[in-house]
Design a protein around this ligand. Structure first.
Ligand code: MSP
Length: 503
C-alpha cells in the first residue's frame, strides 16, 4: 500500500474575489501534491471556501442579497481557480455544505460531552475583518494589531476551556519540534502560549449566519471552529475510515496571519476531542505589491485571471514559487516578474530545450540518437541530473519550494555549460558518433528536467516531455527509464517567447 500524503490549503473567505495571495497558497500546496503523486504517494489535496460568520453576512447585506446566494457566487470564483491555475485538488469543500455542518456539530458535541465547553458571556473586542477576538492589551492605537477595526461586543456565548490546554500544548510542541515551520514562527507561537491562554468564546448569538450550536438555536458557532473542522469533514469525519488513514498525515499550508488559529486553537480543539494534532503547519509569508500591502482601497490587488491571460499559468506559478523563499514575505512587481521570466524561463530553460531539440531535429533525423561510450563529462552531467531528485525529495519534505527550483536551475545551467563545452555543432563536422552521444546525454537530461519541473509548471513540462516522446506512464519519479535510441521525436517549438521589457 502506498504511503499517504494529505495536504490542505486554508479555506478562503468569500467576502471578496480571489487575488494573487490566495493563488500563492493554492499553488504552493498543488506543487507538493503533484510532486508526491509522482513519487508514488496516495495524495489527498483539499481546498475550499469559508462561508459563514459576521464578515460574510455583512458583505452579503451590503450587496443586498441573501448570504447563501452571495456565497454561491463568490465561491464559484474560487472554484474557477482550479482550472485557471491548473490546481490538482481532489476536493473543494464549502462550509455551507450539509455534511460539513454535521461534522462541525459532531466535533462540538464531542467537546461538550468531554466537559470542555461551558456557557458564559463574552465582553471584549472583536475585529470582524479578522474574525478574531483581541485583548485590550493587544490593541494598537485602538485597532487590532493587523490594523483591522475592532468593536466592543457583549453577548451570551459558549466558551472552550482553552486555558486548560497551555501545558498540553507546550508538551506537544516539545515532543514535535517540526510541528510548525519556519522555526521563527514556531518560536512566536510557543512564546504566545507560554504567556498564558484565556478561554475562548466559540459561539455568537447576535447574528444567525453560521452553523447552529447543537441543542441551542440561539447560538451559531464561532466561524473559526466551523472553518477548522473542514480539514476533518473532507475526510468524512466522524464515521469514514479515511479519518483513520489520512488524519495523522495532515499538512496545513497557511499564511502567517492565521498561524495562531492553526498552531494554538486547532491542536487544542483536537486534543480535547481525543484526536491528534496535524503533522505539520507550514506558515508562508505575505505578498506585497510594489512594496505596498495588497488592499482593495489601494486598488492594487492582482487579479489572477487577467495575469494568467496575459502571461500564461506556468509563468505565474514559476514566479510565485521562485521569487520568495517559503516562509518569507515576497514583493510582486512587474519588473521582477519580467526579469525572472526572461532570465530563467526564456533564456535558461527555453534556450536549453530549443537549442538541443532543434539541433536534434536538424542533425539527428528527428530521432533519439544512439550513444557510444560515455566520457567523464557525460557521466558527470547524468549523475548531477539523477542526484537532483534526492535534493528535490528532501526540499519537498521541508516545503522549501524555491530551493527545489534552485536545484533544478543549477542542473539547467550545468546542462547549458555542457552544450557550450561539448559544442555539438563542431562535432557535426569532426565526429558524428560523439555528437550523437552528446545529444543523447542532453536529451536524457532534458527528460529528467521535464519531470522535475512538472509539479511546478505542468503545461510546460507536458510540452517538453511530449517533444521527447516520453510515455505517459513514465512521467513519474519511481519508474522513468532513460530514452530509447531510435525513438521518433516530433518537431519542437519554443517554450517561452521573450517578453519585451517595455511591458
Ligand atoms: N478563512 C480563513 C482561513 C480558514 S482556514 C481553516 C482565511 N481566509 S482568507 O481568505 O482571508 O485567507 C486565506 C489565505 O490566503 C491565508 O493563508 C492568507 O495568509 C492568504 N493570503 C491572503 N492575502 C495574502 C497575501 N497578500 N499574500 C500571501 N498570502 C495571503 O484566513
Amino acid at each position: 500500500m502506498s504511503a499517504i500524503y494529505y495536504i490542505t490549503t486554508p479555506i478562503y473567505y468569500v467576502n471578496d474575489k480571489p487575488h494573487i495571495g490566495h493563488a500563492y497558497t493554492s499553488i504552493a500546496a498543488d506543487v507538493l501534491a503533484r510532486f508526491k503523486r509522482m513519487d508514488g504517494y496516495e495524495v489527498l489535496f483539499t481546498t475550499g471556501t469559508d462561508e459563514h460568520g459576521q464578515k460574510i453576512a455583512k458583505a452579503a447585506w451590503e450587496k443586498n442579497i441573501s448570504p447563501q446566494a452571495f456565497c454561491d457566487e463568490v465561491s464559484k470564483s474560487f472554484q474557477d481557480l482550479t482550472p485557471l491555475l491548473n490546481l490538482s485538488n481532489d476536493i473543494f469543500i464549502r462550509t455551507t455544505q450539509n455534511h460539513h455542518q454535521k461534522a462541525a456539530q459532531y466535533l462540538w458535541q464531542e467537546l461538550q460531552d468531554k466537559g470542555h465547553i461551558y456557557k458564559g458571556c463574552y465582553k471584549g473586542w472583536y475585529a470582524v475583518r479578522d474574525e478574531a477576538y483581541y485583548g485590550a492589551d493587544e490593541l494598537i492605537d485602538g485597532k487590532a494589531p493587523t490594523g483591522a477595526d475592532v468593536e466592543w461586543i457583549e453577548e451570551d456565548s459558549y466558551f472552550f476551556n482553552l486555558s486548560q490546554w497551555q501545558q498540553p500544548l507546550l508538551d506537544f510542541y516539545k515532543q514535535h519540534p517540526d510541528f510548525i515551520k519556519p522555526q521563527g514562527r514556531f518560536n512566536e507561537v510557543i512564546k504566545f502560549v507560554e504567556g498564558g491562554l484565556h478561554d475562548l468564546s466559540i459561539s455568537r448569538s447576535t447574528f444567525k449566519w453560521g452553523v447552529p450550536v447543537p441543542h441551542d438555536s440561539d447560538h451559531v458557532m464561532y466561524v473559526w471552529i466551523d472553518a477548522l473542522v473542514n480539514y476533518l469533514s473532507v475526510l468524512g469525519y466522524p464515521h469514514k475510515d479515511t479519518v483513520k488513514t489520512h488524519w495523522p498525515h495532515a499538512i496545513h499550508m497557511v499564511g502567517k496571519d492565521i498561524l495562531r488559529f492553526h498552531g494554538v486553537y486547532w491542536p487544542a480543539f483536537l486534543m480535547a476531542a481525543g484526536l491528534t494534532p496535524p503533522q505539520r503547519i507550514m506558515a508562508h509569508g505575505w505578498w506585497t505589491i510594489n512594496g505596498q500591502k495588497m488592499s482593495k482601497s489601494l486598488k492594487n490587488t492582482i487579479d489572477p485571471v487577467s495575469f494568467v491571460k496575459t502571461h500564461g499559468v506556468d509563468a505565474l506559478r514559476y514566479y510565485l514559487m521562485r521569487e520568495a523563499p517559503m516562509g518569507h514575505d515576497g514583493n510582486f512587481s512587474h519588473e521582477t516578474f519580467i526579469q525572472r521570466y526572461n532570465a530563467d524561463l526564456a533564456n535558461d530553460l527555453g534556450n536549453l530545450s530549443q537549442r538541443v531539440l532543434s539541433f536534434v531535429h536538424k542533425n539527428a533525423c528527428s530521432h533519439v540518437p544512439t550513444p557510444d561510450v560515455l566520457t567523464k563529462e557525460d557521466h558527470n552531467l547524468l549523475h548531477e541530473a539523477k542526484k537532483c531528485l534526492t535534493l528535490l525529495r528532501r526540499y519537498a519534505d521541508q516545503q522549501a519550494h524555491s530551493r527545489m527550483l534552485e536545484a533544478i536551475w543549477r542542473l539547467i545551467s550545468l546542462s547549458n555549460k555542457y552544450v557550450d563545452e561539448m559544442a555539438p555543432w563542431h562535432l557535426k563536422k569532426t565526429d558524428t558518433q560523439r555528437m550523437e552521444t552528446v545529444l543523447y546525454v542532453l536529451l536524457d537530461v532534458l527528460r529528467m528536467i521535464g519531470l522535475y519541473i512538472l509539479p511546478f509548471m505542468p503545461q510546460t513540462a507536458t510540452t517538453l516531455l511530449n517533444f521527447l516522446s516520453v510515455k505517459e506512464d513514465e512521467r513519474t519519479f519511481l519508474k522513468h527509464p532513460p530514452l530509447k535510441p531510435h525513438t521518433p521525436l516530433p518537431a519542437p517549438v519554443g517554450l517561452f517567447p521573450r517578453i519585451q521589457s517595455s511591458l
